[in-house]
Design a protein around this ligand. Structure first.
Ligand code: CDP
Ligand code: CDP
Length: 231
């Protein structure tokens, strides 16, 4: 069977990574969470004093980019690859709201994007990959055989993310999570370099009222059709 590249873009908390992991498991593909890479760079900047409250040393981060080594290692029990920064597992730390509150500013820096896109293209160069993010279908893999663009209302998405953070034991309010989701929607969609936009050939899926199962079945159908068309 032909292996394809599946690019999943869209707004925060639209279920991209959930469906990407399900697809990768079902198809025996590699899943790459490109957002985790921008979160890892943000975490590095925070740990190294380059981000302090609202003070962001952009030049300092650009200078230190060669020191940032991001990798993924598959975790058998979780069923997906966790992200490592310079050899240390930072999967849990990067999901915190503090990282979310700065990541869109870090991801808007062209030098950061150049470095991460190169790595993303390397990770997906042999097909059989599902990658989710903001610019996968437009910039990273413009020739992907299947491109999806996921949307849902901001309130629905914030509620999903809030529930997740509370379940993990994080001390957050719904109001702060909603504010973060809306701020990132704006920054990600309006930056100069690789803004979040739907690729012309992407299929849009609004899952505001779709369960995880419905979403997976619908997308699997699209994958099957795409592979059949190639054979
Ligand atoms: O999980 P969630 O949708 O909240 O975010 P994420 O996928 O972990 O991405 C975090 C942030 O990284 C986004 O808000 C973007 O600012 C940035 N990002 C990006 O610029 N390009 C990508 N391909 C992936 C993420
Ligand atoms: O990767 P992205 O930020 O787009 O979203 P996610 O991390 O896959 O999903 C965020 C949360 O929304 C997870 O807890 C999902 O289980 C939930 N979700 C849902 O309940 N129903 C959907 N149709 C999609 C996501």
């Amino acid at each position: 069977m032909n292996k394809i590249t599946i690019a999943i873009d869209g707004f925060s908390s639209t279920g991209k990574s959930t469906v990407a992991k399900q697809l990768a498991k079902h198809l025996g593909y590699v899943y790459v969470d490109s957002g985790a890479m921008y979160r890892a760079v943000t975490f590095y900047a925070m740990q190294n004093g380059l981000i302090n409250k609202d003070d962001f040393n952009v030049e300092g981060l650009i200078y230190q980019l060669p020191k940032i080594n991001i990798s993924f290692t598959f975790n058998e029990s979780l069923g997906f690859a966790e992200v490592y920064l310079n050899g240390i597992n930072i999967e849990k730390e990067i999901r915190k709201l503090e990282v979310s509150s700065f990541v869109s500013k870090v991801a808007a820096i062209p030098e950061v994007r150049q470095q991460q896109v190169k790595l993303q293209q390397k990770l997906g160069d042999s097909k059989g990959v599902v990658m989710d993010g903001r610019d996968i279908g437009t910039v990273v893999f413009p020739k992907a055989e299947l491109k999806l663009f996921m949307t849902a209302s901001a309130e629905t998405r914030a509620q999903r993310r809030y529930d997740e953070l509370i379940e993990r034991g994080d001390d957050v309010t719904f109001k702060d999570v909603l504010k973060n989701v809306q701020e990132r929607d704006y920054l990600d969609s309006n930056r100069k370099d690789s803004p979040l936009i739907k690729a012309d050939d992407a299929i849009e899926i609004d899952n505001s009222n779709m369960s995880l199962e419905e979403q997976f079945n619908k997308i699997l159908q699209l994958v099957t059709m795409t592979i059949e068309d190639l054979e």
